[in-house]
Design a protein. Structure first.
Length: 248
């Protein structure tokens, strides 16, 4: 392509996941491979993609990584007042005096469902502590997940469904800690948005998640799929509000 037009051919956010090589995604996977092989320059948002992309590049091609970023409208550090947060919590039947955990994720089969189930299992290890969980998201597995979380207690768990972007921001700003096991997570946009609202994060270290959380400073990275590791990390921030606030 670049030779035909005589100009540099750039590809942004290239991905070449081996799991897409066969089945329903095979055609797109093949087309992506051809595009990458033609490229003179790759702009990469997720460093985790590099191992699969680099072997396909011609010798003169380059990769430029971009730091994690969000549109300016996600800079909500001062836009949600204490009164807004109090209103959000009380309107949704939550106790403002109790530490609020939050999660934002689609509810579908596969890795998202596995992450939700891992979170429920981890929270079961924290039943001796005072906390409540706001769950934002919807999808085909919602009914199954409501059943999975029911044993944790109706007063602790609030399923809010899908919310508008501004409502998600208010919910996050009204919370104290973002929690997500991130099983086989490609990048973690919801994690990035949580940090933009000033929330510390406990998440599994998979895919590009380790690139958007500064471990020990803006949150805690845990071993992917390790329930005890995740529960221990969440516990440490539940019982240390000062540390949690500093990470935020």
């Amino acid at each position: 392509m670049s030779c035909f037009f005589g100009i540099q051919y750039l590809v942004a956010e290239a991905s070449h996941a081996p799991k897409r090589e066969y089945g329903l995604w095979a055609r797109g996977h093949s087309a992506a491979e051809q595009a990458i092989r033609f490229a003179d320059h790759i702009i990469s948002l997720n460093p985790a993609d590099a191992p699969c992309i680099t072997p396909l590049l011609k010798k003169t091609a380059k990769i430029t990584p971009l730091w994690p970023f969000l549109p300016n409208k996600w800079s909500f550090s001062d836009q949600t007042s204490a009164n807004d947060g109090l209103r959000f919590l009380t309107q949704n039947g939550l106790d403002p005096s109790v530490t609020t955990l939050a999660v934002v994720a689609m509810m579908r089969d596969g890795d998202k469902y596995a992450s939700y189930c891992a979170l429920a299992e981890a929270l079961d290890h924290l039943s001796d502590l005072a906390w409540q969980l706001v769950i934002i998201g919807d999808g085909p597995t919602r009914q199954a997940l409501e059943g999975r979380y029911a044993p944790l207690g109706e007063r602790r768990i609030k399923f809010l469904g899908a919310l508008r972007e501004d409502e998600v921001a208010t919910a996050l700003k009204s919370s104290d800690l973002f929690v997500w096991p991130a099983i086989n997570e490609a990048y973690g946009m919801a994690i990035l948005e949580a940090q933009a609202t000033g929330l510390p994060v406990v998440a599994g270290d998979s895919g590009g998640v380790g690139q958007i959380i500064c471990n020990g400073k803006t949150g805690i990275l845990t071993q992917e799929g390790n329930i005890k590791d995740f529960a221990d990390a969440a516990r440490s921030l539940l019982i240390e509000p000062g540390r949690r606030s500093a990470m935020g």
